[in-house]
Design a protein around this ligand. Structure first.
Ligand SMILES: [Zn+2]
Ligand SMILES: [Zn+2]
Length: 437
């Protein structure tokens, strides 16, 4: 039995169910529980479509496409949305697609639901029927599943548009280091389709199948790299006095950079600085004239990133100088940290708990030091990015039941059972966020 108390001012919503009980505070004042009650109908409808959606997911998995080359994927999405009478705008950021579902009631409110659609340059080692037919291309991050979760939700919302406002379906290219989110934004995503908030979701191995991970604040890290060139003066290996040896400077610098995280950072902050390449010299009897040091930096906040960039530059210049060398530092920031907005996260948490129950939802998750370019959208719009469990982490090859191998593994496969579960979250979120007046 469920009791729902709605306040007209929207400042207090309390739900008590057989398996769960929670109260939403004033920050969740827009959460309208009336929209969340029709779950049986949603389940039945999604279940009826399941085999068709699963076949589409397998089709996408077989035909993975890399960043900004998602022409076939984009065309499939466009065709399906059109078939379901959903307005479509395509060719945003080359292959990006935006579907538009207008509620029966007009209103100025609008939200964006985002799915990425690109694959990885990875050779698939799965042998099942829907394995990749393209050499060295693979849906190893489950973006094929992201597309299907959003397509299934779109199909439902198109015929159940008893809401007030607009749902924008954002099918984004090139998440995997390709800059797809930024390119869609640069081409007017938020101007062409004005929206109040934007939401993302990634399938997550290591989280029980169909469970969700959600937290306010940082959930994914920023990704950055540095490329340091140290210039000295080459000489015969037997005559070091004639050289300004960059090898020694680079070796000292590599060690000194280890102190940035351990000595400069607040121990309660998180960051990674990994040196991944040292390139210097190519002969046993020659002191080289120059060399390079390359590394990766991950942080959960921009403040920490500012600090690390500053220290990398300082150490490079001063240590090189101490050994008579010159340093040039190129510090490149790729994606910022993915930082969930507090209000939107609380709202999504309410939707998840009321839809799936308390036990399925995990708020004590640790952020991942991997990155996600949805972060760019969250810099401009309020929103929330969550994880949907693809199953407990297992060894490669055992990834098709309730367990899953890791993302970017050559044996990875999105679990089809998540199509309905993820779609149900999108549907409930849209209906709750855009309730009728
Ligand atoms: Zn990935
Ligand atoms: Zn991914």
């Amino acid at each position: 039995m469920i009791h729902i108390e709605l306040s007209c001012t929207g400042f207090s919503v309390a739900i008590v169910g057989n398996n769960y009980a929670f109260t939403l505070g004033s920050r969740s004042r827009n959460l309208d529980m009336r929209a969340l009650m029709n779950t049986v109908e949603i389940d039945q409808t999604l279940n009826e479509w399941h085999e068709e959606m699963k076949a589409l997911r397998h089709d996408l998995h077989s035909h993975p496409e890399l960043a900004f080359q998602e022409l076939r994927t984009s065309s499939l999405i466009k065709n399906k949305l059109t078939q379901w009478n959903i307005e479509v705008v395509s060719a945003i950021a080359i292959t990006g697609v935006v579907g538009i579902i207008r509620g029966q009631q007009p209103g100025s409110r609008a939200i964006g639901l985002r799915a990425d659609m690109d694959a990885l340059p990875l050779k698939e080692e799965n042998t099942f029927a829907h394995a990749s037919v393209h050499e060295n291309k693979m849906h190893g991050c489950g973006h094929d599943g992201h597309v299907l979760m959003l397509l299934a939700a779109a199909r439902y919302l198109a015929t159940h548009n008893d809401f007030c406002g607009i749902v924008y379906l954002i099918f984004q290219p090139a998440e995997e280091s390709g800059g797809g989110a930024r390119k869609m934004m640069a081409e007017g995503l938020f101007e062409l389709f004005p929206m109040d908030a934007v939401f993302g979701m990634h399938n997550w191995p290591g989280l029980a199948l169909g469970h969700f991970g959600i937290k306010p604040g940082p959930i994914m890290a920023s990704t950055n790299y540095f490329h340091i060139t140290v210039k000295g003066k080459g000489a015969h290996a037997a005559m070091p006095q004639l050289s300004v040896d960059p090898v020694v400077a680079i070796a000292q610098l590599a060690l000194a950079l280890q102190t940035v995280v351990s000595r400069n950072l607040n121990p309660l902050s998180a960051a990674v600085l990994s040196i991944t390449q040292m390139n210097v010299g190519n002969a046993h009897n020659v002191i080289p004239a120059a060399g390079t040091l390359v590394g990766s930096v991950r942080t959960l906040t921009l403040d920490v990133l500012d600090l690390i960039e500053k220290r990398v530059k300082e150490l490079s210049l001063t240590i090189s100088s101490a050994f008579g060398c010159e340093a040039q530092v190129n510090f490149v920031r790729n994606d910022p940290p993915t930082i969930n907005h507090a209000d939107e996260t609380e709202f999504c948490l309410g939707v998840l708990k009321s839809t799936f129950g308390e036990d399925e939802i995990h708020t004590e998750i640790e952020p991942s030091m991997a990155a996600e370019d949805f972060s760019w959208m969250l810099l401009e719009k309020p929103g929330c990015y969550i994880w949907i469990g693809n199953g407990a982490l297992a060894q490669p090859g055992a990834s098709h039941g309730v367990v899953s191998c890791a993302l970017h593994n050559s044996h990875y496969d999105f679990n089809d059972r998540l199509i309905d579960i993820g779609a149900k979250y999108w549907i409930q979120l849209a209906l709750a966020k855009l309730p009728n007046q």
